[in-house]
Design a protein around this ligand. Sequence first.
Ligand code: C5P
Length: 243
Amino acid sequence: MARRRQLYEGKAKVLFEGPEPGTLVQYFKDDATAGNGVKNGIITGKGVLNNRISEYLMLKLHDLNIPTHFIKRLNMREQLIREAEIIPLEVVIRNIAAGSIAKRLGIEEGTRLPRTIIEYYYKNDSLGDPMVSDEHISAFNWATPQELDDMNGMALRINDFLMGVFSSVGITLVDFKLEFGRLWEGDEMRIILADEISPDNCRLWDSKTNEKMDKDRFRRDMGKVEEAYQEVARRLGILTESN
Ligand code: C5P
């Protein structure tokens, strides 16, 4: 396949111009960063696995009538996506305390939260993605109240769905991060799920042992990072010997 024009290079992915107007090619790298770029490394085979895992989950979400940017997987590391205007927010959905909420509020990691909590972070690397409230979001016009409502509704539905998918293969969905975009169809605009859903942006714990099966293994130098990603893919039934 001819190399396409590169439009953007992020920490874990590259976006290329797509074959048709309104499409992009999303390339999954093996690069991993943590602590807003303080820690850098390679997780061998991660791009291939995340491409497959994200494809699998986005297709299932599509079946549930949750609109996503995913069109089709092109090859081991690339997928064709719809070009959306990315809303500059990271939407974090938490079921169990871990990571930053455990630290910030002094809650022991692993404590089930009284209910699912949604948080928003302003996507801005130089500021370290600060947490923001719905007041900031509407005052600075990052999203309208209606868009925020739509994102919340989709985030909760996605959470219900993902909890079920993972729980059926012995994995607890602790928390995860979503990104959304605006898709214009003529004068009509709708919010769609963008980015990816993978062990890079979900906390996934083995349901029996609570062993971590996600990027925290890289963030916290726990070892067996590739193996954990492979195990997630294997349990979801999407890993073949080709990796
Ligand atoms: O670090 P924190 O506890 O706030 O992360 C919550 C969830 O959001 C985790 O699943 C983490 O993987 C994800 N996340 C992410 N990208 C970020 C920050 C967090 O995918 N920039």
